[in-house]
Design a binder for this molecule. Structure first.
Ligand code: DC
Length: 229
């Protein structure tokens, strides 16, 4: 392959976007960017500074403090993927809690937050060779991406996967609250005014409710390879 393409993977929460994106990035030696981690890190910052909780959201204070948020991804050689750092501190674990998941869609709906993160994401993809997953990658961040995928799966399957992940981490959560969170995030992400979660016209839809990782990986690799034939 002589030149590297841009791959956008969007879709509903817990559809396994990041798992597949990491595998694709590894195979083609591309950079993987988890854009959701960036929204989660901003949410953690807002939570730690009492700008957001389940009961309230102080948009003005958060927006005034956006310049005090520095995000970076640092590669962890031991685990083989990049971890999220917020103002120099590794927050990879903290951003994955149910508490952050319950607040992130509110924060991600703020236009000023999106503007800052979209600009940073576009910078990361300027040279191609990027696999980025999120909600608006094929529609807003990289509308000219060479390959766009849109992942879906039944809410029940997605909640089951996420529930297992959190239990494996040792988090004390119930299946019902995970299912509610998955559905609630889909609702907020799909109905927000700024860059709602929608399938780009030229995205290829993947319903992976009954598809294993290997099958998805093989199918997506075939689509990538076709771009070069
Ligand atoms: O991919 P994730 O579930 O970790 O993303 C967390 C939240 O961040 C998701 O519910 C909506 C928001 N998000 C977004 O609005 N735009 C993106 N490109 C990525 C995530």
């Amino acid at each position: 392959m002589n030149n590297k393409i841009t791959i956008a993977i969007d879709g509903f929460s817990s559809t396994g976007k990041s798992t597949i994106a990491k595998l694709i990035a590894n195979k083609y030696n591309y950079i993987y960017v988890d854009s959701g981690a960036m929204y989660r890190a901003v949410t953690l910052f807002a939570k730690n500074n009492n700008f957001v909780s389940k009961a309230f959201l102080n948009i003005e204070e958060l927006v005034n403090n956006l310049e005090n948020i520095t995000l970076s991804f640092n590669f962890n050689k031991e685990f083989g993927f990049a971890e999220m750092f917020l103002n120099g501190v590794n927050v990879e674990n903290e951003i994955r809690t149910l508490e952050v998941s319950q607040l992130v869609s509110k924060v991600a709906a703020i236009s000023e937050v999106r503007k800052k993160l979209v600009a940073e994401q576009q910078k990361m993809g300027v040279n191609g060779g990027v696999v980025m997953d999120g909600r608006d990658i094929g529609t807003v961040v990289f509308p000219k991406a060479d390959l766009k995928l849109f992942m879906t799966a039944s809410a029940d399957k997605r909640a089951t996967r996420r529930y297992k992940e959190l239990l494996d981490r040792g988090d004390n959560v119930s299946f019902d609250e995970i299912l509610f969170n998955v559905q609630e995030r889909d609702r907020i992400d799909s109905t927000r005014k700024d860059s709602p979660l929608i399938k780009a016209d030229d995205a290829i839809e993947f319903d992976n409710s009954d598809m294993g990782i290997t099958e998805q990986f093989d199918r997506i690799c075939a689509l990538v390879d076709r771009k070069f034939s």
